[in-house]
Design a protein around this ligand. Structure first.
Ligand SMILES: *Cc1c(COP(=O)(O)O)cnc(C)c1O
Length: 356
């Protein structure tokens, strides 16, 4: 395995974290970069260097045919002063799963891990220390070769960048209004729904824009075949708490296998909840609401961790939860996961990977 070259800038680049952080706006000074070239025998030249603009041909294949995948994970400055990432191995595996599905080259998991550790450690000062803050880590890979024919790329760039982020809900944990869409689908059976690939997000923007216009912050997606079974909420996995059961849709290939989802399932099992990964139709959710046995719905994802619903609109029915107070179970899970992330609680699952 090639060592990662460290090219420190001779310019005096400063660490300036804005007072008010907007998610995804601020990037740190350095990036990890590695190139892939079939002709050169694969991945070559792993380097950590100052982030700069990247020349790209207008014919670069990712721009035309969408070979672009990404990941999202976080590093935390913890209460004991140490720095740790949350379950990075999971993101490394998922990135390679996405790569295989899109005919892109896999990246050596050890090199990937080393790059994460080395870059985050170098950019330690970019991890904000205020409550609920962290360093969002964004790996991305895309086809780079200038070529207009449709085929898998032969040149790729893999880049890891870092972005300091504040809490997703700066005014506190706020429930969000969601509407069910049956006008659009996010993912087709046997398609790429389980990959974190760029095209999935482009395809979802219109549904979200229309929901926003109607006063909702996101859509709840139904399955692409029957438009009947619940799949995800926005770019989060979904959990539905019924009276005697918590349900999350099973992974059918159209659902993104979230790391937060997996963690929530584990915690709920340990708390002796009856947690089931199974199909759940939107009509079952509506029936449970009418019968009074629908307690709470929440989404899970790296950025917000947990996001509970204030209401869910499905045709003429508006399932109303609290507009002001987050759901009980959602709040409890948010506290548990963030306590582990910030080291306020023992990490009994061994989820945190300490960097320094
Ligand atoms: C990233 C993502 C999630 C959440 O995954 P985490 O690993 O928990 O961040 C859920 N759904 C979609 C569509 C996603 O892109």
């Amino acid at each position: 395995m090639a060592d990662i070259t460290l090219e420190l800038s001779d310019q005096d680049i400063k660490v300036e974290i804005p007072e008010k952080l907007i998610f995804g706006r601020t990037l740190s000074n350095y990036v990890f970069e590695i190139d892939y070239d079939t002709e050169k025998g694969g991945w070559n030249n792993p380097v950590i260097k100052a982030r700069e603009k990247m020349p790209i041909s207008p014919a670069a294949m990712a721009l035309h045919y969408g070979q672009a995948i990404f990941e999202g994970l976080k590093a935390f400055k913890r209460v004991d002063g140490s720095i740790a990432m949350f379950r990075p191995q999971q993101n490394i595996e998922r990135m390679n799963n996405s790569a295989r599905r899109l005919c892109m080259p896999e990246i050596d998991p050890e090199l990937f891990m080393q790059a994460l550790k080395k870059l985050v450690k170098l950019e330690e000062a970019w991890i904000p220390e205020k409550p609920g803050h962290s360093l969002y880590i964004r790996p991305v890979m895309f086809a780079y070769d200038p070529f207009l024919g449709v085929r898998p790329g032969e040149q790729y760039k893999f880049v890891i960048m870092l972005s300091p982020v504040g809490p997703y809900y700066p005014e506190g944990f706020k429930p969000v209004p969601i509407m069910v869409t049956d006008k659009y689908v996010r993912a087709a059976s046997k398609g790429v729904g389980e990959c974190k690939c760029a095209g999935n997000y482009a395809a979802s923007l219109m549904a979200q824009a229309e929901a926003k216009k109607m006063g909702f912050s996101q859509v709840l997606w139904l399955d692409g075949i029957h438009q009947k079974y619940v799949e995800e909420v926005g770019t989060m996995n979904i959990f539905i708490q019924l009276k005697d059961e918590v349900v999350t849709p099973r992974l059918t290939g159209t659902i993104l296998p979230g790391v937060t989802r997996r963690s929530v399932i584990q915690i709920l099992k340990d708390w002796d909840y009856n947690i089931n990964e199974r199909d759940i139709s939107i009509d079952e959710v509506a029936d449970a609401y009418r019968k009074g046995s629908l307690l709470e719905i929440f989404g899970t994802g790296t950025a917000a961790v947990i996001s509970t619903l204030s209401k869910l609109k499905y045709n003429d029915l508006t399932m109303q939860f609290s507009d002001t107070e987050a759901g009980e179970l959602g709040k409890k899970l948010y506290k548990e996961i963030t306590d582990i992330q910030y080291g306020r609680k023992e990490d009994k699952y061994n989820w945190m990977l300490q960097i320094s």
